[in-house]
Ligand binder design. Structure first.
Ligand SMILES: Nc1ncnc2c1ncn2[C@@H]1O[C@H](COP(=O)(O)OP(=O)(O)OP(=O)(O)O)[C@@H](O)[C@H]1O
Ligand SMILES: [Mg+2]
Length: 410
């Protein structure tokens, strides 16, 4: 199913008091001063991925300071509106944790009526299925037991469930990259351990150095076409950040002891694989922790851009730490990938603004009274300013220069 985000409405989340915008179907470039709310907007989309990973059996908690994210989706030409009221907690690194949620679906194009269906998207996600299907005999039983549990009248029809399942995997595929998550390569582990056999437990974290190594290794061990083109692009024939990426793999035996009441000891032997990533750069073999900050960040960003399984990619300031000679290739890649995926980019780079189409630009501002507001560049500028911009682009310079002069959000 082809899914697109048509509209995002955010209430009471970070700097967004009541913010709505309709992104471009390919590339949306968010510009605006520091603190205007670009990250808040990208993170609100990432919340949908967190939502899919919620345990649906956790009962809704107290409705304290709730945030609302409403996403209007186009699923194979059908309009679906998913509204999530979320009670969110922040950890010390300003990462979100959803404590409880209430979700509603407007699916008239599927069900033929306007009745709102109350159902957590996580019931329909792969994650929940693999966690609970072990207890259920078959899929129908699984849904029946959840349907009873949540009383989600309206989800009995397979068509409806198929669409919500497609939305769940669409959300699950949301990929988020921020240079700050790739800060300080020295914190990157020199090795990781993975289970030798059986189902791999999905990592708890959604971002970070270890997660990147696990993802990188996952793509490498499956030799996915995306991985091969990634290595090609970052390698000598592409932008030349490195010569090759290698992984040394070694089985290691691990014995876990659990002591039960009465002093009974349970011994469990597990074989794990020790995986050591090595980056080859001009005759040196380096651990990821020895890479330069810019190389590390660019490798991370391009990895998520090129191998992101889903159809939505959120890229925070891709220009950070990238040499300007490389930036044009990176922007070209972003533009290319936006033909297949919906990409959201936040940026402070006039260079990036020069390289994207005017219709993809959105101006974000933060008003004390109204919070974050987003407008398409064209509707943000007055008719007079639009005329001035047109003349400037025709006679003098580029969109990036115009922006640098402070004529857009200055
Ligand atoms: N968890 C949070 N709760 C409340 N407010 C927050 C939270 N996180 C960030 N903010 C505030 O929201 C506002 C917008 O921040 P945001 O990070 O979205 O801005 P930005 O446009 O991405 O800025 P920059 O260009 O500096 O990255 C800031 O005033 C910030 O302090
Ligand atoms: Mg930001």
């Amino acid at each position: 199913m082809k899914i697109l985000i048509e509209k995002i409405e955010i209430q009471n989340y970070r700097s967004c008091k009541d913010c709505a915008f309709s992104p471009h179907e390919r590339l949306s470039t968010l510009i605006g001063p520091n603190g205007s709310g670009k990250t808040s907007i990208l993170r609100s989309v990432l919340l949908m991925k967190h939502l899919v990973h919620q345990d649906p059996l956790r009962r809704a908690g107290p409705k304290l300071d709730t945030s609302t994210v409403k996403i209007t989706l186009r699923v194979d030409n059908k309009k679906i509106i998913h509204t999530a009221d979320l009670f969110i907690d922040n950890d010390e690194r300003n990462r979100d944790r959803i404590i409880s949620s209430n979700e509603k679906w407007y699916m008239r194009d599927v069900t033929g009526n306007k009745k709102l269906i109350k159902a957590p998207v996580s019931v329909f996600g792969e994650h929940t299925r693999s966690r609970y299907l072990g207890h259920a005999h078959d899929e129908r039983y699984f849904y029946r037991s959840f349907l009873r549990h949540f009383d989600i009248a309206g989800m009995e029809s397979k068509d409806t469930r198929d669409i919500v399942s497609a939305v769940a995997s669409f959300y699950d595929g949301v990929t988020y990259y921020s240079a700050s998550q790739f800060t300080d390569p020295t914190r990157c582990p020199v090795s990781i351990e993975v289970e030798e056999e059986g189902p791999q437990r999905p990592p708890r974290e959604f971002e970070g150095h270890r997660k990147w190594l696990l993802d990188l290794y996952g793509e490498y061990s499956n030799q996915t076409p995306e991985y091969l083109s990634y290595v090609d692009i970052v390698g000598k024939n592409g932008i030349g950040l490195l010569d090759d990426i290698k992984f040394t793999e070694m089985p290691v035996s691990n014995i876990d002891y659990t002591v039960r009441v009465g002093g009974k000891i349970r011994k469990r032997q597990r074989t794990k694989r020790l995986v050591i990533p090595q980056i080859l750069i001009s005759n040196s073999t380096l651990s990821p922790s020895q890479l330069s900050e810019g190389t590390f960040k660019t490798l991370g960003m391009l990895f998520y851009l090129m191998t992101g399984k889903g159809s939505v990619i959120l890229l925070e300031e891709p220009e950070v730490c990238i040499h300007h000679g490389l930036l044009s290739s990176v922007v070209e890649l972003i533009r290319n990938y936006s033909k297949d995926k919906q990409i959201f980019v936040s940026t402070h780079s006039d260079f990036i603004l020069d390289a994207v189409d005017e219709e993809s630009v959105f101006v974000v501002k933060n008003d004390i009274e109204n919070g974050t507001e987003v407008s398409k560049l064209k509707s943000y500028l007055s008719a007079q300013d639009r005329g001035a911009l047109k003349r400037f682009l025709r006679n003098e310079g580029s969109l990036g220069e115009y922006w640098r002069m402070g004529a857009i959000d200055g």
